[in-house]
Each structure stands twice: as C-alpha cells, then as structure tokens.
Design a protein around this ligand. Sequence first.
Ligand code: ZN
Length: 401
Amino acid sequence: MILLVALAHANGLTSHVTISEWAIPHLPEGELSDILGDPALWPWLQNGTQFPDGGYPLGEAYAETAHWEPFQDRYLAWIAATYAGDYRSLEARQHIAFLFGMSSHGMGDQVFDSLYMQRAYQFDAASDWEGMSMDEATDVALASATGGQETLDPVVPTDVIVPLMADAGVEVSASTLESGQLLTALAISYVREAGKDPVKVAEYVDAYPWAATHMMGRETPGAPEWEAAVVARYWQSRWALLNGESSSVEPILFSFPQDGGYGLPTDHTSVESRLTVVFSRGLVPEVLVPDLFEVVDTEGTAYPLQAPWVFYGAGSHVVHLAPEADWPADTDFVLTVHPGAHFIDGTDSTATVEIEFSSRPPPNSPDEALPDDCGCAGRSGYPGLLAAVLGAIGVGLRRRD
Ligand SMILES: [Zn+2]
C-alpha cells in the first residue's frame, strides 16, 4: 500500500500514538500529567503525535521540519509567550497537548531508529528492506498485539502552525496541513484493521521475523515501552522549559543500559555492546569531542571508545558509544559524561553524569537485587529497572480503553 509506505518513516503512526498513550502513566503527578492525561485533550495529543508524518506522502517539507526540536522550540516559545506561563485555559492546554504529541513523535523516531531498527538491521539482515517497510511491519505487529488505535477526526491548529512554519522557512497552506492530517488518520485505520487480519499479520512476521515479534515488552532496547519511558522524561524537560525552568533540565534523559544495568554483551562488533546516551536537548555534533565520554572499571582502568556516533547528526539527541575492543567479562564499569556538550539552542550541558553498568550477568531474581526500601531500583537487571520503578510507585502500563 503506497500511502502507508510513504507514511511510515521510522515508527509507524500506530506505534507513535501508542507510545504517547503509554508515556502518560510515567509522568509524576502534577499539572503536566493532568494536561496530557486529560481524556478531553487526548484528541489534541493524538493528532499532534500523528502530525509530523502527514506531509511525507504529499512531498511537503513541513513533515521533516515538524519532527525536530528547532521547530518545536518555536511552537513552545509561542505557547509560553501567548499564555504568559498560565496554562489553565482550555486553549493553552490544547496547544500543549498538540506540541507534546509532536515531541513524542520526534523523540520516538530517534529512539526507535537508533536502537530497535539498528538491531533489526542485524537480526533481520535477510529481509527485503527495499521491498517492504520494516516500520509498517512493526506497526501492524503492535496493532495486532494491542488492538491498534482509534481513528480520530483530524485536528491541526493551522492558524498557529502555518505562520510558525513560515518563520522556519517552510511555506505551507492550512489546507495542505489538513490533507496531510487526514492521511495520518487513514494510516491509523489501515494498521488497526490489518492487525486484526491473521493472514496479513503473518505476512508481516514472515517479512521481518525478528522486528515484527519484539515490539511488546521490555526485552529489546528501543521497543515502544522503552520509547514511552524516554518520551515521558523528554516531556518533563520540555515542560520545565515551557515554565522557564531551564536550570532544572538534566542533560541526560536516559541511557541504554540504564544506570545499574547488568549483562552488557562484550562483543564490540555487536550492536548489543553499545552504550547509548539520550540527551535532553538537540546536539551540535561537530563539537562533540570524544573526551566528553569516559569509561573506567572499578580498578580505574580506562576503556577507549570509538568516535561518538551522533545518530542522525545535527539536532539529534542520541549518541552511540562503542568500545574499541571487547568489554572484559564480569566487570563493573562507570560511564562518565562530562559537561560541555553543545546544544542547538546555544546552551551547554553543565552537569557531570555517571552511569554504572556491568558485563556481569544479572542477579537471579529481582528480590535478590532489590533489598526492601533501599531506594536503589537501578540495581535490578537490565532492562528490569523500569518495571522496578513502576512497581515501586504503583504504576502499571495501561491501555486507555
Ligand atoms: Zn516520523
């Protein structure tokens, strides 16, 4: 289906909407959680989440622009200026929900492509990557497992988006934005129905035997549940910016493995041995010096890293770090991210971040790893941290319905 292939860049749209849905329960209680968790605002959050891909099948430049932080920063600045920090009105909240949907989409694509798709390249190397879209296959697989997403009436705040796009150098009309949004709704419908058709689902699984069968759960870095966790952190950093609290934004949103993670594979040629760091702001990659990152073990031995790979280059949040040689087995390490990363908004990271990880196998059971009330959920196995944290605060991943 040509329409769908053209719409499926990175995560398919059902995956994106599901990620936004699953990110909401990760938010701490408060105004942001009240806004994004408000069922009355869900149409704005879902439409904002769908919005960036609508321009691709139309060949419209707004699609790519809408994915990235520079444009989303413009929208954020407009919201902050227009409502002067008072986000109690319905109109302000609708814009916030739409913007945060776009943020979810942009971050989701980066996390999925840098982690999940990179694995798919290795584990589905025999697939026909040109002939069938992996994004479509994974989208239908997710719909098959979850029931897919509801098709909503298209909503785009064109009166605000059209002039903001013009400011960003992209001329686009309101009717083009509306046409694109309608296409995204059709993609949601197609994938939901395809997910109910066992014959179609089997075709997608045949096409991508690994990628179409690892979308659920937390086994695979970059899978939707992980994307949702990263998106929730990103939303919190965006919310801080929206409230003029840039000083409270941590430079690192997330890492794979997470702090305290076990069982990192040692083979330096495998995608699984990489360390991946997700920054809270878009990066200027040219000035990202290798010295920014340092890995030592508990004896103080340093492990040289290959040049940092800023995934997708300028404006990206994701950096892969691969060792020059195999990691030694059964060893504990600390990755230090020093201050001085340059961000596209002209700021620099100022905090030092340390992430502990290990090539030792995970402890046998979560109970062994987690003494009662130790506050050290990060000691659980990788990727068990999320489960431990969610369990500790009594939050489970939920479906809206
Ligand atoms: Zn996209």
